[in-house]
Design a binder for this molecule. Structure first.
Ligand code: KIV
Ligand code: ZN
Length: 521
């Protein structure tokens, strides 16, 4: 939002790292297509810089950064690089097609990181800062330098490194709270101190990057902005390493709603926040906690009688922002089995989806099948269906059919047909309960050693004919993936979720070991 009352000096640049720090969090793997979709959404909502990945980390990361660089219309596309020439060269190659590309290079500067992680003397770290920023500047004039574990770095050394990075050509200086240790007052003072003491500080933009280990990432980010930073690094839904990063939707809305005390502004179109949150949740299969600020399903729900009464008299009694301002649409009874293709397309547009023709066709067929089984089809049903369509488009293992015999007289029995890389396979298994029988079929058809860490079911809407949404988390050799499946039949949803997780696990395996790709019995 830009209005004439906004001054440029109060403009805060939004640097989204959902696809890098967010995707790094255990279990949050996204497919290539999902990354492209998320990047497009970020670009459309007005994110200034998209950190699209860590190109040297894997072929998959490189390909994602490269294609996002090709496709992105407005945002700067950024890649991450450690302090090593090979990292920076690879990153430069990945961002090459971007209209505007940034290299983000980092090195640890705190005593504990330098001694134990890098095993380098401070003078060597200092030399690396100069060498790496100089290298990056050979490729682009948009270079960001981060001092990892900046909030636990000695002030004299921090100031020396920041000055050297700016002198070598860094245009953005990020001081991350890597371990989520700082407090708002301390972080505010840190930015003031650095900006006062570093002689060339006015030649760079300062940036905050906060982790949420003590639940203060958003408060710390805003304090850093008050201390003079003008870039916030954040993620949709606050996903990220360990407890996550500062949530984009929270920092943006805090500055919008409390502009009286936080007189800063961003270019984000807040009405797209809810859609972005749902998309990232679907792509990563990370549920959004019900009471999550701004985008949680209860964020605008008023349950108690006193609150409802107040709301009826005047919405401002209990509402500091409207649901519409963050893109929440009133849930409507949308369609049924008589709704046609045109109405379906219109609904998708309203919900913020832009699907390719073949995806649209598949989604419509699935919608018709759902409408045949479920009397009322709500917006949430359509979102679950389309999100699943997007998430499974590239799957190598697909569910063809499932039938289960369940009830009081066990053992329960399941028969499952899958298509694996175009080949149809079938299996029948018993189990200690219907879910166990279904999962035994999956294990027989796709033998694997992954551990089932989480199995969770919830209803997409209300009513006994509601779709079940199942989340499954698997781990294998320290790799964790999560996937969701939705269907009016809980057992079908369970099978889809389990297969979705196996499909994601195969992507992870392929990234680290391309030969580990043969699947099937
Ligand atoms: O948390 C951190 O320090 C990071 C850096 C790479 C910026 O993610
Ligand atoms: Zn981080």
């Amino acid at each position: 939002m830009t209005t004439s009352s906004h001054s440029e000096k109060d403009r805060v640049v939004i640097f989204d790292t959902t696809l890098r720090d967010g995707e790094q969090s255990p279990g949050a793997t996204m497919t290539h297509e999902e990354k492209l979709e998320v990047a497009e959404t970020l670009d459309q909502m007005g994110v200034d810089i998209i950190e699209a990945g860590f190109p040297i980390a894997s072929e998959g990361d490189f390909a994602a950064v490269h294609e996002i660089a090709q496709r992105t219309k407005n945002a700067v596309v950024c890649g991450l690089a450690r302090a090593a020439f090979k990292d920076i060269d690879r990153c430069a190659e990945a961002i090459k097609p971007a209209k505007r590309g940034r290299i983000h290079t980092f090195i640890s500067t705190s005593p504990v990181h330098m001694k134990w992680k890098l095993q380098m003397e401070p003078d060597k770290v200092y030399e690396a800062v100069v060498a790496q920023v100089t290298r990056a500047r050979n490729y682009t004039d948009d270079v960001e330098w981060s001092c990892e574990d900046g909030t636990r770095t000695e002030h004299d050394f921090l100031c020396r490194c920041v000055e050297a990075a700016i002198k070598a050509g860094a245009t953005t200086i990020n001081i991350p709270d890597t371990v989520g240790y700082t407090t708002p007052d301390e972080y505010f003072a840190l930015f003031q101190m650095v900006r006062e003491r570093v002689p060339n500080a006015d030649q760079a933009r300062f940036s905050v990057h906060c982790h949420d280990d003590l639940g203060m990432a958003v408060a710390n980010s805003l304090a850093g902005v008050r201390g003079g930073a003008r870039q916030i690094e954040c993620t949709i839904n606050g996903i990220g390493e360990r407890a996550g990063n500062a949530a984009l939707e929270e920092v943006v809305m805090a500055m919008k709603v409390r502009s009286d005390v936080l007189p800063f502004w961003t270019g984000i179109d807040a009405t797209r926040l809810t859609r972005a949150s749902k998309l990232v949740s679907a792509a990563t299969s990370f549920p959004v906690q019900y009471n999550k600020a701004i985008v949680g399903r209860n964020a605008f729900a008023h349950e108690s009688g006193i609150h409802q009464d107040g709301m009826l008299k005047h919405t401002q009694t209990y509402e500091i922002m409207t649901p519409e301002s963050v893109g929440v649409k009133q849930t409507s009874l949308v369609m049924g089995k008589h709704s046609g293709r045109h109405a379906f397309m219109h609904k998708l547009q309203e919900l913020g989806y832009e699907l390719a023709a073949n995806q649209l066709e598949d989604a419509f067929i699935r919608f018709k099948a759902l409408a045949d089984r479920k009397k009322h089809v709500y917006d949430e049903d359509i979102e679950a269906l389309v999100d699943e369509e997007i998430a499974t488009a590239q799957d190598r293992i697909k569910l063809l059919s499932l039938s289960v015999i369940a009830g009081t007289r066990g053992p329960q029995r399941a028969t499952m047909k899958l298509v694996i890389d175009g080949r149809t396979v079938i299996e029948e298994c018993e189990g200690n309960g219907p879910v166990d029988a279904v999962f035994n079929c999956v294990k027989a058809l796709v033998p694997h050693d992954a551990n089932l860490e989480l199995y969770q079911v919830h209803a997409v809407t209300e009513g006994t004919d509601a779709q079940a949404e199942v989340s499954v988390r698997l781990s294998e050799n320290e790799k964790t993936v999560t996937a969701k499946g939705a269907d009016p039949d809980t057992l079908v949803a369970s099978a889809k979720a389990y297969l979705g997780a196996l499909n994601k696990l195969m992507i992870k395996r392929q990234r680290s070991k391309p030969e580990a790709m043969v699947v099937g019995p």
